[in-house]
Write a protein that binds this ligand. Sequence first.
Ligand code: ZN
Length: 132
Amino acid sequence: MCDYEGRDFGASYIDSCCIDGYLWDLDSCDEPGGPLFDGGDMPCPKCNTLEYLERAKEEAESCVSGSVAGSSGGFAYTGESIWLASVKKAESLNPDAAAAALQKMGVVETLFPGGGPDGCAVQRYIYCGESK
Ligand SMILES: [Zn+2]
C-alpha cells in the first residue's frame, strides 16, 4: 500500500486510492471511511509499476482506437495514446520503477488508425538495451 491518489474512475476529483498495489474507487463505499466495493483490478502506477505498464501494453497492442464519454467532456484515444499516457504517468510517479519496467518489456507495438490492411498501423517503441 502506498500513498497514491488519482482520478482513475472517471470523476473530476480524486476518486482512487491504492490498496496493496491495486486501485480502488473511493466512491464505492456506503459511508465515508467504510469498506470499498469497487476496484482491485487496476494495478497502481506508483507501487505496482511493472504490472501497470504490462496492462497498458496489452491494451495498446490490442486496441486501435476508441473514445470515452466523461463528465469533463470525454476524449478519444488510440492504442498509441493509451501507451504514451501510461508511460508518462508511471514515469512521473515512479521514475526508477518505470525505467526498469520499460527495460524489461523491451519492445511495445502500439496500434493506431492508419492505412494498413486492417485499417490500423503499428508504432513500435523500443526500450531495451543500450546500443549494441
Ligand atoms: Zn500503490
